[in-house]
Design a protein around this ligand. Structure first.
Ligand SMILES: [Zn+2]
Length: 482
């Protein structure tokens, strides 16, 4: 009898540190061995291909509930299909608190819905209303249940927190050993500038970028970091769009703070000028922070190479373009302030980053693996089960053709959303086979996985997000207030 259930033979294994020729032996859904001439009951020929750890997307919106009773168009089944098609095998999505409500009621609903997932998953808990009961009772309870990250918005109605509320969430995270992720844009500045734009009759999609220039993001990033320093609470800044925002993170890291930064493919390839396309077309490119320019994208690559930004997530958002939901929910002439934000990107994340990064010589293949798999797994407590190729890790792998040239169309991406902002984008490098838990779940674009085959990933305490123990005056304010 063969020693392994499945052997991936003859590929180039790429990890965060190196690339080398090896066979991968898989047993019981896990990687059991790396070596030469391994024998298995099943063999996958990976000659000429890269063997990568399955992508880990730690920022994507799937089947998210809205206060008005509607739900994000991307379901856990369609979203999983898109993930597997694009080489991603684990996600962290969001459970969102509704203002005026607690956390438990919605979190159980997310657990119920995610039972149909075909990728492994966890949640970030969005806090929109940090009442005494939420801060004192519910946050410790949900963290103990394995939801080890909280997400806060410093802008957006009705999600945004003011400084005091943000401090309370930081303090609750500090007390319970949770991590905090932050959407950094200045709420009042955007409202003020948007009102002025509308008063001047500037309502089209392109003015979305004018409503939130880089300074608005930079200010909020600075404030988010400063308040986290005050509480001694580690944070990650979500979706950094340009160099001047990354500079805030550079300064924080130089002071020794535990601050991490993420960016997304849209900031490498989309531009504010895309929102200036005729008619309503520009709405396809609308996300927050706004896409900037190719010059800003080069600044981001610099920040990636220096390690300031060390994760690339999709920030996949489920809003279609046509029809009466999604982008056009308020009609095709709606002012930019009424158009839902966000762009889809579950399946395009790896191909765009590989093409723009590795194929164009900006980063090497190991850096690519770090950005899309290893670093997200480490920062969010999933490592070494996820994000690496090593004995004992889950056998979540992607066989990747580094030379294949593909022109992106929406059909290839297999999400429920009716468009992609990357339609017509030429990329080099494409996933050929995705393996999850030792099973082939995607081959040449055909996804075959059982709804419900995805597992919830509870996240316990881990070293990386422990506070530094450095507090102004040595005074631990979070201990004395709810
Ligand atoms: Zn998001």
């Amino acid at each position: 009898m063969a020693e392994y259930e499945l052997v991936i033979r003859g590929g180039t294994v790429v990890t965060a540190a190196e690339a080398y020729r090896a066979d991968v032996g898989i047993r019981d859904g896990r990687i059991a061995a790396l070596g030469e001439r391994l024998e298995g009951a099943d063999i996958l020929d990976a000659g000429g291909l890269l063997v990568l750890p399955g992508g880990v997307d730690t920022h994507c919106h799937i089947e998210q509930l809205e206060p008005d009773g509607t739900v994000n168009e991307e379901s856990f089944t369609s979203g999983s299909t898109a993930c597997l098609a694009g080489g991603t095998t684990s996600v962290i999505t969001f459970a969102s608190q509704f203002k005026g409500h607690g956390l438990r009621e919605t979190l159980s609903e997310y657990h119920r819905r995610a039972k149909r997932a075909m990728v492994d998953y966890s949640f970030h808990q969005i806090i929109t209303d940090p009442t005494d009961a939420v801060v004192r009772d519910e946050i410790p309870e949900i963290v103990a249940s394995g939801i080890r990250s909280l997400k806060v918005f410093l802008t957006y109605d009705p999600l945004h927190l003011d400084d005091r509320q943000y401090l309370r969430v930081l303090a609750a995270a500090r007390r319970t050993g949770a991590f905090v992720t932050v959407h950094c844009e200045n709420y009042e500045a955007i409202r003020w500038r948007s009102a002025a734009l509308l008063a001047d009759g500037r309502t089209g999609p392109k003015y979305h970028a004018w409503s939130r220039p880089p300074v608005v993001e930079r200010e909020a990033t600075h404030r988010a970091i400063a308040l986290a320093e005050l509480v001694d609470q580690p944070i990650q800044v979500f979706h950094v769009s340009c160099g001047e925002v990354a500079e805030e993170i550079v300064r924080a890291q130089a002071r020794g703070l535990k601050v991490w930064g993420e960016t997304c493919p849209q900031y490498f390839v989309l531009q504010a000028s895309d929102m200036d396309r005729p008619g309503f077309e520009g709405a396809k490119f609308m996300c927050s922070p706004s896409p900037r320019s190719h010059a800003h994208a080069e600044e981001l690559w610099g920040a990636v190479r220096r390690g300031t930004l060390d994760i690339v997530s999709s920030d996949h958002s489920g809003a279609s373009f046509s029809g009466d939901k999604g982008k056009a929910v308020h009609g095709n002439n709606a002012p930019f302030t009424m158009i839902p934000n966000g762009v889809p990107g579950l399946a395009s994340r790896l191909p765009i980053l590989f093409s723009e990064g590795v194929a164009k010589g900006r980063v090497d293949a190991s850096a690519f693996v770090r950005l899309v798999a290893t670093n997200p797994a480490k920062l969010f407590g999933l490592y070494p089960r996820k994000g690496t190729i090593a004995p004992g890790a889950d056998a979540d792998l992607v066989l990747w053709d580094p030379a294949r040239k593909v022109t992106i169309t929406n059909d290839l991406l297999q999400h429920a959303i009716d468009y992609t902002p990357y339609e017509g984008l030429a990329v080099t490098g494409w996933p050929v086979i995705t393996v999850k838990g030792g099973l082939v779940v995607m081959r040449d674009g055909r996804v075959q996985a059982e709804p419900g085959s995805g597992n919830f990933l509870p996240r316990g305490p881990y070293e990386m997000i422990q506070p530094r123990g450095v507090l102004p005056d040595g005074f631990h304010a979070a201990r004395f207030l709810v």
